[in-house]
Design a protein. Sequence first.
Lengths: 354, 475
Amino acid sequence: MSRSILFSRTLQSPVFAAAVAAALGLAVLAIGLAAAGYDPASALGALWRGAFGSWYAFTSATLVRATPLIVLGIGFALAMQAGALNIGAEGQFYAGAIAATWVALHVGGVPGVVAIPAVLAAGAVAGALWILGPVVLRLRFGVLEVISTLLLNFVAEALVSLMVQGPLQEAKHIYPQSDPIPTSARLPLMPGTRLHVGLLLAVGLGAAAWVVLRRTRWGFALRAAGAGPRAAQVIGRIRVPRTLATGLLISGSLAGLGGAIEITGVTYALFQNLSPGYGFQAIAVALLARLNPLGVVAAGLLFGALEAGAGGMQREAGVPAVAVDVVQAVVIVVTLLSVAASSARAAAAAPEAT
Amino acid sequence: MPPPILELSGIRKRFGSAEALNGVDFSLARGEVHALLGENGAGKSTLMHIAYGMLTPDAGSIRVGGSGVRFRSPRQAIALGIGMVHQHFTTVGPMTVEENLWLAAGRRAPWTAGRVAGLERLYEGISPTARVEELSVAVKQRLEIVKALAADARVLLLDEPTAVLAPPEVDDLLTVLRIFAEQGGAVALITHKLREVFAAADRVTVLRQGAVTLRGLRQDLTEEGLARAMIGADPLERVVGDEPPRRGRSGSADEPGILVRGPGFAIRGGEVVGLAAVEGNGQRAWLRVIAGVEPGSGVKVTGPVAFIPEDRTTEGLIPAFSLTENVALGLRDDPRWARGPWLYWPAVSSRTAELIAGFDIRASGPDAPASSLSGGNQQKLVFARALELRPRVLVAENPTRGLDVHATAEVHRRLRETAREGSAVVLYSADLDEVLTLADRVFVMYRGVVQEARAGASRDEIGRMMLGLFGDSTG
């Protein structure tokens, strides 16, 4: 009896569900690889080595890829906890990247302790500004943020093109990219690797977001506004629109910060297609983590490993890197199914309304 | 008695581990109104949903016009002339009356298709091109019947159709049902109001916990017998508390002890003021302004206010949140757990555990989600939290909607107790009898204006005031 309860608790736990989702995703990938004529064992081995095969692979590929996913995933989770769907992290990421590049290119002589915070802050502010329009549209006219934030992604991408062929183009005006940012504006690296301190920032943000959501009055109000907006307003006397707006602005600023971290920690320059779709992968990461900021850190590491491993798989086994998208897709589907199943269970457990 | 047009026999239905129906027989003959009586959760709706093909029985048979049928969907029931009026409206608000009828009939027919002689009143004052969301509640209710007729229903199943109507509208509806039956139709009327049974039914079947406890012709039955069959024991202690309502004390606005003052009214501590109004006359906003939930001018309230909103699961509670979190939601600034920016959950949790014990809330613990509680226990939690605010004014909106007799009695007891302890209680209920049972004074709201009913006003007089018929009171 108690064992079966324990077992069913385990089955329902988000961690277990996430593990099952990941395992299923890998299994589907293996079947797909076999069907396409690859040797699944050697391809998956290459995937593993690409992600965890060496200290360098782990730090410089996996952890570097995980960092933006974690930062953007926390942003998506916070907005969704507040009851809003920010599908525009990609655009806010680019807005942050543009602002960070611009500021970084103008702080040449300033020491790093000042320059780096200034550059990161510029990214965060730009991300928040990028989402300000959708916030106002939502509160004033009821325009769904799902649509407005999504559409602004395309605008942001176009703006990056404009910048790297115009105001921010490198000095020789040949390549569509910016000049490299000065050393003083670059994030410190872990010696011998390409891993930058942005990862620490990401993990710290995850912990901070968890504490805010779970331990503070404000975080509780944010969750209440998302989980039951009418009860939050009527019983909790929470100003729901304002809370929603704050959640979205924080979400946007985190995505902008993610863009700034990418510029200052990884690429050191702005160019088109800077993001391989971080803004969308971050949604999957946050969903897999069931919107728990600490879970986002773990799920971000998983997705980072998959992305890093995909590179290894392509180099070693000749499998196109996009194959790992299968894993991510299966993970998302399984997670959504398990969320739907647990809410159906809750509905079935609830008393019948007559 | 003519042979039954619809006959259900030995119907069993189980939801998970709960037996909803345990071998129930029910039949309907042409020309009769058959009342189906029972407490909430007795299985009335389940039985009707089976008769309408929305649910399939685990065992038992259904015969329509003498031949056995096995419904897989309501479509088949509709094709056999069975129509249902649900507890909630099933019209599409942005569409017109005509379009809704086409939707129901499955074809573009004239909007009065299926009209029954003698029922012209059903169509009075409805424009086929009006958008349904612009119609009044009573008209929408009539439209539900018109819809069933448009699909050529000869059998009408009505699930608590009077819940949203004012007394004169209820009488109208019952008259319509009588005429429909006299014209050769058959009506099953779900209700838990004995008055309606005696006003309209030919036959009565009482369900309790999924089984028939009483069956008979109206003239052979007594109120006490029906009530006993419904609740399985002698009728409860009449739900009125030990003190009878002190109806008729008038409140002058300069008297001390006034806790709520507004245009044309004043409410004192220690009294229950009942508000009677037909849905949609502004009572929602009025209650919310007093409760401080919606902005409004001209109403002054002294002391802390607690609000018990009508809809427990969207406004009263957050179903996905635990009991602890729901308690914290209503008491966000309580110094016992709110310190600076921090919220100390252990303190909320232990207080919640105390409330669970003190209010006899059936829950697996403070961490259980609110959605796992029954309606009655959810309402206990809402009350426990409201009283935890130590309110001087308690505003309750339909606080017993959807609750069974026991839970209702509990809510009534709490409301009286709160008044006895010196707080002002403002109670709105769509059930006029509940207002009359509990209130010391009765306010009537019509088109946004509140008027106090005179001391000793009769039920009928208040009913007329609810429809704006002031002045011609005969007492």
